[in-house]
Design a protein around this ligand. Sequence first.
Ligand code: GZL
Length: 306
Amino acid sequence: TTAATAQGLPPLEQKDQYTVGFAQTESNNPWRIAQTKSFQDTAASCNWNLVYTDAAGSAAKQVADVDSMIAQGVDAIFLPPREEQPLLPAVLRAKGAGIPVFLVDRSVDPNVAKAGVDYVTFMGSDFIEQGRRAAEWLIANSDGTEVIVELEGTTGSSPANDRKKGFDDAVAGQSGMTIVASQSGDFARDKGRQVMETLLQSHPDVTVVYAHNDEMAIGAIQALEAAGRKPGEDVTLVSIDGTRDALQAIIDGKLGVSVESAPFFGPVACDTMKAYAAGEDVPTWVKVEDRVFTKDNAADHIGEAY
Ligand code: GZL
């Protein structure tokens, strides 16, 4: 289906320079920093007057940031909702103020707000598919018996919800594989390390760590090595994002796989906004395609990684 002003979406008039808001969730890891840089680089090439805010990990502050952009009367807002629920009212307030919202990389509760009706579109990866692909690699590289610990992303965020669903559903079909613990490390390296230290105490028999992002996987590697374990030998790690440090960990034999989750949203944001302003059909999901990085191709891609 396509987004159209006919369905009550705020229009975007054609003009040379747009004032565009980008309300970032936080800058707690390389992925978020790469996403921000992509928007800032695109502001120049897309002729945006970019209004940038950083919610420092607080959904409440991200709501306030969106409200300030509404009050400022920006032409459009690009928003990665930190968590699916708390950002909903702000998205609807922007619509009510006649400001089109484009969701990037994360989404709001699909049961409450609809792409093409409450916001223009969702631009991002298929997180369920990412979780499933991580599980597929594990199943293909396992003897079938695994004790799995899961490090979840930010609680209430769409990537954490969906990466959990994709992986857990795929593993549920494997009788020898058991997820014995699943806890949030908030997509952050040091939190991931701390959570892994704790889970190692209660599950010393762990054989697999599934991390919803590379930063937590790297934190888990630190915790495992501090406990005398050998990541990549006596514990298999599977992860998502495709950061430089993750590709290096794959090359070093410590991380098995990283399913890509590309952070470079600037160009697709520019193109999508221009298409919408021109009255073209904009899909309600602008899907980002992701690759899978393993020891077979990590060295080929580390040069372009962030
Ligand atoms: C995914 C994005 C996630 C990354 C994490 O689109 O929302 O947030 O996977 C980041 O690294 O913190």
